[in-house]
Ligand binder design. Structure first.
Ligand SMILES: Nc1nc2c(c(=O)[nH]1)N[C@H]1C(S)=C(S)[C@@H](COP(=O)(O)OP(=O)(O)OC[C@H]3O[C@@H](n4cnc5c(N)ncnc54)[C@H](O)[C@@H]3O)O[C@H]1N2
Ligand code: MOO
Length: 414
């Protein structure tokens, strides 16, 4: 098996998919999806000059010198509520009762909030403070002007973006749908959760693990299935599942053992391989193929290896179907302990970061690592990247850490 570099494999894997066609969906259903086209403002926000407070709209120059002891007295000529329109312009000596969000009458240029004023029974108001022009007013278009750019294609639709789209009067957002995925766990040693397992048996855990990873990458999980390490079972499972999903993930049987049959059976079914083995640890046996219209990601059975292989090839592929690629933040850090590795491979080691008060680089506290282990991903902040071309790393050596949190999403060109 000749091993492809991680960077080439990531590029090659993306050729196995094309972005799904955009569809307009109701705003709440767009939550977590990615915009398929840029969005510009359909209207200005606010739409008109309006009051930021409950109070009185005034001509600011008339409040000159007002204090508690020497209030300014104005005649209240109307009341304007949010959503209503003023009936007239303010003339000298006049004020309008206004509530938060109410359009400002022409002629008014400031608001005195009601804590600084008192209504009198005879239809006047006493103002106790001087307000400059613009005070407690929200100007038309001060936040958004009609036609200005709001979001690029590829923007992830989170709650904040949904709020803005709704404020523009949008009912729907144009997004790419969630890719549908199936996960197939293979292995004769596996015992389903809920069933007692003998010491030589293994509780099946990759289905839920990979399904959750797929959901985190925006996919909808349509099938979770098991197959034994038999050609006929594998063949039947591939043929049954592939037509119904965009991506089929398999776990186990990916390596070179006698019962590692997944890749061979896929080939016999006519699958075309884009990636077959990557110079990566953990995750080396990972493959990406296409069976008919379905992308197949062959993940190793070891849970730690399956996680990294999913993260490096499966996740980009699911994001590609949604029209985006992810740019993770990278920071430099110092290794908290020495590591030795195979020089030809990229090692990705889950890590937390420790910031000390000495002003220096953070320390990468590597999690206990093993492809077959499963605790290493819990609470990890990122991957320490130990690049190829080097075998020995001493404690204190500088490395890059790729952070999982707050990535940037960029629309991919089609
Ligand atoms: N001679 C060689 N042996 C191995 C090589 C190699 O290059 N030459 N590669 C190793 C690497 S790297 C990995 S990673 C593993 C993974 O290979 P497979 O994909 O074939 O995985 P399995 O053998 O089926 O299982 C490995 C391990 O993981 C457990 N497992 C499998 N599926 C699940 C599941 N759904 N839930 C929980 N645990 C699961 C399984 O019981 C095994 O312990 O191969 C190396 N070997
Ligand atoms: O590369 Mo396998 O994925 O160690 O452990």
């Amino acid at each position: 098996m000749s091993l492809t570099s991680l960077s080439s494999a990531r590029l090659a894997a993306l050729d196995a998919v094309r972005a799904l066609a955009p569809v307009p969906v109701e705003l709440l259903r767009a939550h977590g999806r990615f915009l398929a086209a840029p969005v510009s403002a359909a209207r200005s926000l606010p739409g008109c000059d309006n009051s930021a407070m409950d109070g009185w709209a005034v001509r600011s120059e008339e409040t000159q010198g007002a204090t508690r002891d020497r209030p300014v007295r104005l005649r209240v000529v109307e009341t304007v509520y949010a959503g209503a329109l003023p009936s007239r312009s303010l003339q000298p000596g006049e004020a309008a009762r206004v509530f938060t969000g109410a359009p400002l009458p022409p002629g008014a240029d400031a608001v005195v909030r009601q804590e600084a004023a008192r209504a009198e029974a005879d239809g006047h108001v006493l103002l106790f403070i001087h307000v400059p022009a613009g005070h407690d007013i929200r100007r038309a278009g001060e936040e958004v002007r009609e036609g200005t750019f709001l979001f690029p294609a590829g923007q992830r639709v989170d709650s904040a973006v949904l709020g803005v789209l709704a404020s523009q009067g949008a009912l729907t957002a144009l997004v790419r749908p969630a890719p549908r995925v199936a996960v197939l766990a293979t292995g004769d040693e596996l015992v389903s959760a809920g069933t007692p397992a003998l010491p030589h048996q293994v509780h099946e855990s990759n289905l839920v693990l990979v399904a959750a990873l797929a959901q985190e990458a925006g996919a909808t999980v349509a099938f979770l299935e098991r197959a034994r390490d038999e050609d006929s079972e594998l063949r039947a499972a591939f043929s049954r599942l592939a037509p119904h999903v965009e991506v089929l993930f398999t776990t186990g049987g990916a390596s070179v053992g006698d019962k590692d049959r997944v890749k061979r059976v896929l080939s016999e079914l006519g699958a075309r391989f884009f990636v077959d083995g990557v110079a990566l640890k953990p995750g080396k046996p990972v493959a990406v193929a296409r069976l008919g219209d379905t992308a197949v990601v062959v993940l190793p059975g070891n849970p730690g290896a399956a996680t990294v292989a999913f993260d490096q090839l499966g996740r980009p592929l699911l994001l590609g179907l949604q029209g985006v690629r992810e740019e993770r933040r990278r920071v430099r850090a110092r290794l908290s302990e020495e590591r030795h590795k195979q020089a030809g491979l990229t090692y990705l080691i889950t890590t937390t970061l420790e910031h000390r008060d000495d002003g220096g680089l953070p320390w990468a506290r590597l999690r206990p690592q093993g492809a077959g282990q499963i605790l290493q991903n819990v609470g990890a902040e990122g991957h320490a990247v130990l690049p190829p071309g080097r075998a020995d790393f001493a404690a204190g050596d500088e490395v890059e850490v790729e952070l999982f949190d707050r990535p940037r999403y960029v629309a991919v060109e089609e």
